[in-house]
Design a binder for this molecule. Structure first.
Ligand code: ADP
Length: 367
């Protein structure tokens, strides 16, 4: 795989001090990524909707230092020093140092906050790592103004991937494919690309209500879960199935067959969790209320002929997906019925979004 184009040569410009702030979204996979090889190469291609309201806002203050022998950074999350987040970010910097040698030259102070609970399966790692990647690319762009926005998006996605695989899908929107796939033009294992074909109008502004069944941290992290795919008895069939499902979903997204969409998306969610149930050691991330909600959604669909469906990430929370023209009816169903199965009746109404945004004059909490 050719990654040489992402390694910068010497810069003509020098910067002593700078601060950049970026807002990047979380995303929800429709075809799931579960299983990888080194360095963060997916075993199958995946596709996700980019979200809008579930996002991270991160600023990085870069200050040039005298010695450039090691990578130094501090991290504040919601205004407070967050040691527990540091190992993942230290590992991220270590993995990207070849692509961003300039990080050795600066002390970096990272200030970040999320609009939604972290570590509970709503992909805060995706928005968190992609936001850092965009701040780094912002610095790189100042050091080398000739970089194109297409290159910046591609490299930011490549960096983000090295921090957290699904973060590669959190730079652009509304639909992003990550992983080499014969029928998706331009797709790559190295970075995410926008779904390259015209999407049917029914999938524009698709709605995603995230039901917070359990806001607590999951007992088994995604990193551990991915590793369990190495000796998994069904792994190879699963990877082949995901790629076949992406071929079908690509057509569905173009022809607007929402019933076929529902069938694939729900099957993908349950298959992801089936991989967890059949790992060794086995584990369950769903909670009783996850199943209650799924059954209620199926009943509502049966009774009202709605096009509502669900998907799950690696966690207990449920993503409810529906077309924009059903917003009023389904939001009412969520508020009146499904909210009763959520922790403190909490849910987040979200919609498909368009990716990373630069933010100016932002003041972080307590900072
Ligand atoms: P999730 O389902 O929320 O992605 P994970 O356990 O996979 O849960 O990832 C959580 C990790 O992502 C945190 O421990 C932290 O390292 C990282 N993370 C979350 N939010 C941020 C953020 N805003 N900035 C940097 N890293 C973050």
């Amino acid at each position: 795989m050719n990654t040489a184009q992402f390694i910068p040569s010497a810069f003509n410009f020098s910067i002593e001090k700078a601060t950049y702030t970026w807002q990047t979204p979380s995303n929800i996979a429709l075809i799931k990524y579960w299983g990888k090889s080194d360095p963060q190469i997916p075993k199958n291609a995946s596709i996700s909707f980019t979200l809008q309201n579930c996002h991270t806002i991160t600023s990085i203050d870069f200050v040039k230092k005298n010695t450039a022998s090691e990578i130094t950074f501090e991290l504040f999350f919601e205004g407070i020093k967050k040691e527990s987040f540091k190992p993942k970010i230290a590992q991220f910097f270590d993995r990207i140092k070849e692509y961003c040698p300039y990080i050795f030259e600066y002390n970096m102070v990272i200030n970040s906050e999320n609009s939604f609970p972290h570590s509970s399966g709503i992909a805060s790692s995706a928005s968190g790592l992609s936001a850092i990647a965009m701040c780094l690319l912002n610095l790189e762009k100042e050091l080398n103004p000739s970089l194109s926005s297409a290159f910046i998006n591609q490299k930011a996605s490549l960096l983000a991937r090295l921090g957290s695989g699904s973060a590669s899908r959190s730079i652009e929107g509304p639909l992003v494919v990550w992983g080499n796939h014969p029928e998706i033009k331009g797709s790559s294992d190295l970075f995410g690309v926008q779904f390259p074909y015209k999407v049917h109008v029914v999938f524009e502004n698709y709605q995603d209500a995230i039901l917070l069944v359990d806001k607590g941290e999951k007992q088994v992290s995604s990193t551990v879960g991915h590793n369990l795919m190495h000796k998994h008895p069904y792994a190879e069939q699963r990877f082949a199935q995901a790629n076949e499902n992406l071929t079908k979903l690509s057509e569905i997204l173009q022809n607007g067959d929402v019933d076929a969409f529902i069938n694939i998306v729900e099957s993908e969610a349950l298959t992801l969790h089936a991989m967890m149930l059949t790992s060794n050691p086995y584990f369950i991330l769903m909670k009783p209320n996850t199943l209650e909600i799924i059954n209620k959604i199926w009943k509502f669909r049966e009774e009202t002929k709605s096009k509502i469906c669900f998907t799950l990430d690696a966690g207990a929370n449920v993503h409810v997906l529906y077309p924009e023209n059903e917003k009023e009816k389904v939001n009412h169903f969520i508020q009146e019925i499904l909210a009763n199965y959520c922790q403190k009746k909490q849910y987040i109404f979200d919609t498909v979004g368009f990716g990373a945004k630069k933010v100016v004059n932002y003041r972080h909490k307590n900072h």
